[in-house]
Write a protein that binds this ligand. Structure first.
Ligand code: MN
Length: 495
């Protein structure tokens, strides 16, 4: 039985026990561009420009300008690691998450003093300075500023009081100011800020950093799977079989994650929009999951910070936007959403689903579909349409049969080479809203595109027509147990 993970520290302890999953260094590192520059080589993977690779998570214990604090990066930058942290097989993660969403366990208030408030800094103290208090890395020399990339933003709807947790990109803009980017018309905390603005009010918000990975994964669910009013902290509660514990913020009327490493307390200010790169004037925000450095927004909302609280010797947690970490956090909830929707519509056909690294977890999904009777022919394409509904930002869907490993992109491309004809098996759906960060979704790219963010969704049907299955049987080898031929030590615990 694996060690129980309940916060970032216990997660790191578990990783330290697994071979090759955690690297720690005491060599001094500069948070400005250097830290992410190192991790690009060590373990970023994902859509990062090569050379990069999947590797261990890393902890920097000696961060220039931040004595007493450490920075952890890449904790979730491997599906295998996520599986270990959630005590699940890598290929079962999507299905397990789907079950957790259906049985939410609501958060509760913690008893006693919350760990995240061991040290308290209030913004009305004269030496209060976010730049010094929070070791937020500037990921590249071109970033708008220091970014909090893994802040669990938690707020309540002004009308209903219903909570939502979402990760937004947060850039330090001043000693007590953060910018927060809301994707227009998409995310729930953005809707709460808009409603508060209509009412002429500030929206209290807490930003918890350095938490149980179950919270980080659960917080990445989006509608329709978790509609407005669904507190995604209850996904983590379901995953762990015990509720997430909250504490009351000290300076704003909001709650925070009690065992976080850091909590930033603040208020989203109505009727103020700021330029994300107002200090650096680089024109860029930070590296985003599609693999490009995104443009700075001139429509960021402003958070006025009231306090920073943290543990003694806190561990800042961060990620590289285009790394495998994003694939885990965005992709696995997307797999769960697709699986849930297709399973509801046509039970038993969808064997599994994988939101692969090449799509950053959001642009591409592989659906492993089993046709059992003649009337299942065509349903695989219906399943792809449902997947587009389950996650509206998906762009490309590959359909494969049950004898193809949907997690092995070589096997998927094999299916494309032997079970796919471009003229009849490519289904295009033009003029559909896709993801704004895809630079090819733009009128400059193709005259067929009316406006930025509108694009063509495509289904690549690499399944064999049901009536032809006999002609597509893969080479059959003798079934046996190979263990006696495999030298001990070469193949895990086999003997
Ligand atoms: Mn939500």
């Amino acid at each position: 039985m694996a060690k129980k993970v309940r916060d970032l520290r216990s997660a790191l302890e578990l990783l330290a026990e697994l071979p090759g999953q955690l690297l720690e260094t005491d060599v001094e590192v500069e948070p400005m561009a250097q830290l992410s520059g190192v991790y690009r080589y060590v373990g970023a993977g994902g859509t990062v420009k090569r050379p990069t690779k999947e590797g261990p998570a890393m902890i920097f214990h000696n961060v220039k300008g931040h004595p007493g604090a450490s920075v952890a990066i890449g904790v979730l930058a491997s599906r295998k690691r996520v599986a270990a942290l959630l005590d699940c097989k890598p290929e079962e993660l999507g299905k397990m998450l789907c079950r957790s969403v259906e049985k939410p366990v609501l958060p509760v208030m913690c008893q006693g003093d919350p760990a995240c408030q061991q040290v308290v800094h209030r913004a009305d103290e004269p030496d209060f300075d976010l730049y010094k208090l929070v070791p937020a890395p500037t990921n590249t020399p071109y970033d708008a500023g220091p970014y909090i990339t893994l802040g669990m933003c938690y707020a309540a709807h002004p009308d209903t009081g219903a909570h939502d947790v979402t990760i937004h990109r947060l850039c330090i803009q001043g000693k007590d100011e953060l910018s927060i980017f809301f994707t227009p018309g998409a995310r729930h905390i953005g809707a709460m800020a808009e409603r508060a603005e209509q009412l002429g009010r500030r929206l209290p918000i807490s930003i918890s950093i350095g938490v149980d990975p179950a919270i980080e994964i659960g917080s990445c669910f989006e509608p329709p799977t978790t509609p407005l009013g669904y507190d995604e902290l209850s996904v983590a509660g379901a995953l762990r079989g015990e509720p997430v514990e909250l504490c009351r913020c000290l300076t704003v009327d909001e709650l925070a994650i009690a065992n976080a490493e850091y909590v930033i307390e603040g208020e989203v200010i109505p009727n103020v929009r700021i330029k994300e790169d107002q200090n650096s004037h680089t024109g860029f925000a930070m590296p985003e999951f599609p693999g490009y450095t995104g443009p700075a927004s001139d429509q960021c909302w402003l958070i006025k910070v009231k306090a920073v609280t943290h543990r003694v010797n806190p561990i800042m947690q961060t990620c590289i936007g285009p790394s495998e970490e994003h694939v885990s956090m965005a992709g696995i909830p997307t797999e769960a959403s697709i699986y849930g929707m297709v399973e509801k519509a046509m039970p038993g056909r969808l064997q599994n689903v994988y939101c692969c690294s090449a799509g950053g977890g959001k642009y591409m999904a592989v659906l492993q579909f089993k046709k059992s009777v003649a009337s299942d022919e065509g349903r695989q394409r219906q399943a792809a349409l449902l997947a587009f509904s389950a996650f509206s930002e998906l762009k490309h869907i590959f359909l494969v049969d049950e004898d193809v490993d949907c997690f092995d992109m070589n096997d998927v491309l094999w299916a494309m080479n032997t079970r796919f004809q471009g003229d009849v098996d490519t289904i295009t759906i033009p003029g559909v809203r896709c993801h704004p960060l895809d630079p090819s979704n733009d009128p400059d790219f193709s005259p067929s595109i009316r406006d930025h963010g509108i694009a063509c969704k495509t289904i690549f049907d690499c399944t064999v027509p049901f009536d032809q299955k006999d002609r597509f049987v893969r080479a059959r080898f003798m079934e046996l147990d190979p263990s006696q031929w495999v030298k001990q030590g070469n193949e895990g615990k086999n003997s």
